[in-house]
Design a protein around this ligand. Structure first.
Ligand SMILES: *[C@@H]1O[C@H](CO)[C@@H](O)[C@H](O)[C@H]1NC(C)=O
Ligand SMILES: *[C@@H]1O[C@H](CO)[C@@H](O)[C@H](O)[C@H]1NC(C)=O
Ligand SMILES: *[C@@H]1O[C@H](CO)[C@@H](O)[C@H](O)[C@H]1NC(C)=O
Length: 275
């Protein structure tokens, strides 16, 4: 605990010297705007995912898959990405030719393993007609588009971690009594209210089979919280339009197994991890 605290302080200290940039997103409705049509983005979305829900879909285990850890399982909301977004519901994607380089973020490896784990095997689309890791996708597709604020690749990841540390959704829900459970259901309105009370902003929440899958927090470009309301149908603050039922679950993490200890940090080294 003391160690984590010290680490957090370090991150914050670093951040205050080098404000950085962030980027944009994913698979979330809206229109992806590429290349020459991109204009400066309007706001940020910090997308968080709940491993307990996400990992229920796991069919394949590999060393990179955070859903398969037998120890050190994520017991908190983890980062999906920090996305640059437009008020009209679209978002810029692939805003530079900058390719992802794992070496640039090697000093953040522990934090990424803990708070920004890959939750699947396999590669995902990147920007130059190829595929890459989860991190490559987040940086190239989204991170490059908020470079005016979040800077280079390293600072994009660092900034995202800092924002995530500052707005601890897991803690807010726990304090409101919404703890991981495979039997309880919680009122969606109560979950939203707990976050509103803590952060003075309305989140957007999506579900899968009645379980909370993602929570999105939105920020102005100076990282002051703002509502996520303008992001199109899926994220409107209209509960009847949410993909969530009125009562939602927050399932406990169940390891998809098959990995043993000692395979931990390999997720950040695709060369080592590929089987
Ligand atoms: C990306 O590279 C192409 C080809 O080298 C170049 O024409 C284009 O201007 C570059 N785009 C950016 C955003 O740097
Ligand atoms: C957020 O809060 C949870 C629950 O209190 C805690 O386990 C976790 O370490 C916190 N996350 C960060 C990044 O401080
Ligand atoms: C919420 O969505 C329902 C169903 O689409 C619609 O009838 C209702 O008018 C909406 N409410 C608001 C405040 O937009």
């Amino acid at each position: 605990m003391a160690k984590l605290f010290a680490f957090t302080i370090t991150i914050i200290a670093l951040f205050s010297v080098s404000p950085s940039s962030a980027s944009f997103v994913d698979d979330d409705g809206g229109i992806e705007v590429h290349n020459s049509n991109q204009r400066e983005f309007d706001y940020f979305v910090l997308a968080l995912q709940w491993p307990g829900t996400y990992c229920r879909r796991t069919q394949k285990c590999c060393k990179t898959n955070g859903c398969c850890r037998s120890s050190g399982a994520p017991q908190h909301f983890t980062i999906h990405g920090l996305w640059a977004d437009y008020n009209d519901g679209g978002w810029p994607a692939c805003c530079s030719n900058d390719s992802f380089d794992m070496n640039e973020i090697s000093t953040l490896e522990k934090a990424l393993y803990e708070y920004w784990p890959t939750l699947s095997c396999g590669s995902t689309s990147t920007c130059h007609g190829s595929k890459g890791s989860f991190y490559a996708h987040e940086w190239e597709k989204h991170g490059t588009c908020s470079a005016s604020v979040t800077g280079d690749e390293y600072n994009y990841f660092l900034t995202t971690l800092n924002i995530y540390f500052k707005y601890n959704v897991t803690e807010v829900l726990r304090e409101a009594g919404y703890v991981p459970s495979n039997s309880e259901k919680y009122p969606l309105g109560g979950v939203i209210t707990a976050i509103e009370n803590a952060f003075h902003t309305t989140p957007s929440i999506s579900c899968s089979k009645g379980a909370i899958q993602e929570i999105h927090l939105c920020f102005y470009k100076d990282f002051k919280p703002r509502d996520c309301a303008t992001r199109g149908v899926k994220t409107e603050i209209n509960l009847s339009k949410s993909s969530c039922p009125k009562y939602v679950s927050l399932p406990e993490y169940v390891s998809s197994g098959r990995l043993t200890k000692g395979e931990t940090f390999s997720q950040l080294r695709p060369d080592v991890a590929s089987q």
